[in-house]
Design a protein around this ligand. Structure first.
Ligand SMILES: C[S@@+](CC[C@H](N)C(=O)[O-])C[C@H]1O[C@@H](n2cnc3c(N)ncnc32)[C@H](O)[C@@H]1O
Length: 387
């Protein structure tokens, strides 16, 4: 939950006096070991403002991993958790470059900031007054952004594109039920029927149930799947219904769509096993990824790929041995190889890697990886080098 900021807090934190106080608080460690002492000191100089100051500094520190402007921005705990990471928001904004866009659930403005860089006119609206006042602070340098209080379910602008990011938590819990989002997804889609619309959703959404007529883009950042974005038909690329966007802080993005070929050979495993990025798996583009990189599947129903080379930037597991999965012979083989730290990947088999590791007792010195999966009907283990 975190500290409940008021609009008065936001006004103070955004003032020159607030900025000076935040700089002072930021010079303190605020680690668990010294928090009490630091708090006492802050209370002596800032009285009732202490809680808002400390919370803001801690949120800013946490936000640096996610948001480019973290050091200048204001947040609430929930709003920071819900904010789209800069890299993902920037990618979405690029797709909308040059258009006028209305973000109808703008919160503290993480999407607005990226839209403002590439779109001539941007509107942000939300129902939450505190978040809107924080957005006003966070976007005070953006001249092309207009903020307003409005219900997303009552269209109020004629912007070319509407984007929305319904809140994923109801009663403090994550939900995958589209009707329980705030605002509810079915109501949102009905409110903007026929308009160009992009809606950020949880990646766990049941795509088949939704029967979406446009494009669904699944995006990951640094290996973690972050979201699925529904693009209405007018914003989708011709012939594309699924897209995987693999974003990285250190490499150019890899983008794959279902308009690309997915013909791959059926062959015995090659030298390597490759576990494709979660965005590729979630978007249902494992075969397309394999075709693009000269790989093939270990089994047609399983998302592990194999080949004789490893695509750039991917972890590859070099296969040393392959056997049917039985614990006793596997334990003996690991012992023979002086196997130590053991990474265990499983797919298509009902196994708990931690429980299995405890039973296999790998006490040697050589790190190894096990890829355990189903080939046809047979549970099979590939003993691999650890990449
Ligand atoms: C997940 S957050 C959006 C986060 C934002 N995309 C960002 O990156 O910072 C959802 C927002 O929707 C707002 N909201 C919920 N129901 C709404 C409604 N009916 N109309 C407008 N905003 C609404 C909430 O106040 C919240 O700020």
């Amino acid at each position: 939950m975190g500290y409940a900021f008021s609009r008065d807090d936001v006004a103070h934190l955004g003032s020159a006096a607030g900025a000076a106080a935040l700089a002072e608080v930021d010079s303190l460690a605020l680690t668990p070991a010294c928090l009490l002492r630091d708090l006492e000191r802050i209370r002596r100089s800032h009285g009732d403002r202490a809680a808002a100051l400390v919370e803001t500094v801690r949120l800013r520190r946490r936000a640096t991993a996610k948001l480019a402007a973290a050091r200048e921005w204001l947040f609430t705990d929930d709003a920071l958790q819900q904010a789209t990471p800069t890299a993902v928001a920037r990618h979405r904004a690029e797709r909308l470059r040059g258009r006028s866009v209305h973000d109808v659930t703008c919160s503290i403005g993480a999407e607005l900031a990226e839209l403002a860089r590439v779109c001539p006119a941007v509107i942000g609206s939300d129902l939450d007054d505190v978040r809107l006042s924080i957005a006003a602070h966070n976007l005070s340098n953006a001249r092309n952004v207009l903020l307003a209080k409005a219900d997303a379910l009552r269209p109020v602008s004629t912007a070319e594109v509407v984007i929305a990011d319904p809140a994923r938590r109801a009663d403090g819990r994550r939900t995958h039920d589209p009707a329980k989002l705030q605002p509810p997804l079915p109501d949102l889609l009905a409110a903007y029927a026929g308009r160009d619309l992009a809606v950020k959703c949880a990646p766990g959404l049941d795509f088949d149930k939704l029967a979406w007529a446009g494009e669904i883009e699944v995006a990951s950042l640094d290996g973690a799947v972050r979201e699925a974005c529904l693009w209405s038909p007018g914003l989708a690329e011709a012939g594309v219904t699924r897209r995987a966007t693999v974003l990285s802080s250190s490499r150019p993005p890899e983008i794959l769509t279902d308009a690309e070929p997915d013909d791959i050979p059926e062959r015995e495993p090659g030298d390597w096993i490759i576990d494709p990025d979660g965005a590729v798996v979630r978007a249902g583009l494992v075969r397309h990824y394999a075709a693009k990189h000269g790989l093939w599947q270990l089994d047609p129903r399983i998302a592990y790929l194999t080949g004789d080379t490893v695509p750039d930037g991917m972890r590859g597991f070099r296969i040393l041995d392959r056997m049917d999965f039985r614990e006793k012979p596997l334990r003996a083989e690991l012992h023979r190889r002086d196997c130590g730290p053991l990474e265990i990947l499983t797919r298509g088999v009902d196994l708990d890697p931690d429980a299995l590791r405890a039973k296999l007792k790998p006490r040697g010195k050589q790190p190894h990886s096990l890829v355990i999966t189903r080939i046809g009907k047979t549970a099979t283990v590939f003993l691999c080098d650890t990449p």
